[in-house]
Design a binder for this molecule. Structure first.
Ligand SMILES: [Zn+2]
Length: 392
């Protein structure tokens, strides 16, 4: 291990939720404030700022932090940070520094948060596309979404007024402080975090169990944002993991919770972002696999490993576990990686979500070589009785 991060060396968490008298006063005041609509993904960003998921951020970034993140992959004070957390609009007429603004959850017609505007600044969307996503191509889903939000940014501290309706059951929708408390209750000194957007298959199980060999506990932490067609439904991912854990994991060494935030598909920068988030949830180690947070062929498959070379585990507060992408090898007849198997691509079969999806659609059980039979049967049963994948 290059650095021994433990749960004893956690950074403090930001907390920006109003309660009691302060909440009552804010709710009185909000009716007279300028109101700006934000979409569902931005609502999630607001909530993640408020519950400390994005600690040490205390609001939407100003231009100094923004520039520094683009150019240095650090906040202006030097703290490692890779993804801009900015509040974008197409225009902000009449909004000036010092204005208090109500951020309005448009989809639910409900108040989200107050923003104390500390700066209004313009950004170069294509520069951000290049520097954060590595491409200006608007066929890239992260670039497309980022550009669609507009080039005028409002910075400032936020104060949360209320939560949106959760995307996942309450039992899995845990704040960082709650996950840290559960880790402490279990007495884990070291914890591996695992990012996923899919149901557990044998390649992911391979990675997770390497983590579990190295640390006291494992946090399986599926990222669940607003879905696009073809994404697996959150309840399928979570229910499937419960089955997997019940049959194949030591129950007292594994926690399952959801992280509700948008995928950025920013590849290596998002791998770093995901690790910082898991540090905030109490993890000491984080698995970075092949093409982490990638999409299409925009990123070199181990770019997500290399970005961590620029930072020490001590300054990140979390140790990356750089693992190779597992696949099924027909000659070894087990899950392997290019690090441990000599047989090469002819014998290797990647386990892709697309392939699993096609099998489920045909009512075909994914083979035991790539998926545990309990999960395969669960998926088939779900497919018969309802939806497995999100459809628009
Ligand atoms: Zn092999």
């Amino acid at each position: 291990m290059p650095h021994a991060n433990t749960t004893a060396s956690r950074p403090p968490l930001v907390h920006l939720k109003l309660s009691g008298d302060a909440l009552g006063a804010a709710r009185q005041r909000m009716t007279s404030l300028p109101r700006l609509n934000i979409d569902r993904n931005v609502v999630l960003d607001v909530e993640k700022l408020a519950n400390g998921t994005f600690s040490p951020l205390t609001g939407f970034m100003g231009s100094a932090d923004y520039r520094s993140v683009l150019d240095e992959v650090r906040l202006a004070n030097g703290t490692p940070w890779s993804i801009p957390v900015i509040l974008q609009f197409h225009a902000a007429a009449g909004i000036t520094v010092g204005t208090e603004v109500l951020l309005w959850n448009e989809a639910e017609a409900a108040p989200s948060a107050l923003l104390q505007v500390s700066e209004v600044f313009g950004i170069d969307l294509l520069e951000q596309a290049r520097k954060v996503y590595g491409t200006e191509d608007q066929a890239h889903p992260g670039v497309k979404r980022m550009i669609s939000l507009g080039a005028v940014c409002l910075a400032g501290a936020i104060a949360l007024l209320g939560h949106s309706k959760s995307l996942i059951p309450a039992a899995y929708d845990k704040d960082p402080s709650e996950v840290r408390a559960e880790i402490d209750r279990r007495g884990w000194r070291t914890v591996t975090g695992f990012q996923t957007r899919n149901l557990g298959h044998k390649a992911h199980e391979h990675l997770q169990k390497i983590g579990l060999e190295l640390t006291d506990g494992l946090l399986i932490h599926p990222l669940i944002g607003w879905k696009k067609a073809g994404d697996m439904l959150p309840e399928v991912i979570l229910d499937g993991y419960e089955i997997l854990i019940e049959h194949y994991y030591p129950r007292d060494k594994v926690m399952l919770a959801g992280l509700t935030t948008a995928m950025r598909y920013a590849g290596p920068r998002e791998a770093l972002f995901h690790s910082i988030i898991r540090r905030n949830f109490g993890c000491t180690h984080f698995i970075v696999g092949r093409d982490h947070a990638g999409v299409g062929n925009y990123y070199e498959k181990y770019a997500g490993h290399r970005i961590f070379d620029r930072f020490s585990a001590a300054e990140l507060g979390i140790t990356p576990l750089r693992l190779h992408g597992p696949c099924y090898c027909s000659r070894c007849d087990e899950i392997v990686t290019e690090q441990i198997c000599p047989h090469g691509p002819d014998a290797w079969r990647d386990i892709s979500g697309t392939e699993v999806r096609a099998m489920i659609a045909r009512g075909e059980e994914p083979p035991a070589s790539i998926m545990r039979p309990e999960i395969a049967r669960f998926l088939i049963a779900r497919g018969r009785s309802g939806a497995v994948f999100f459809e628009e």
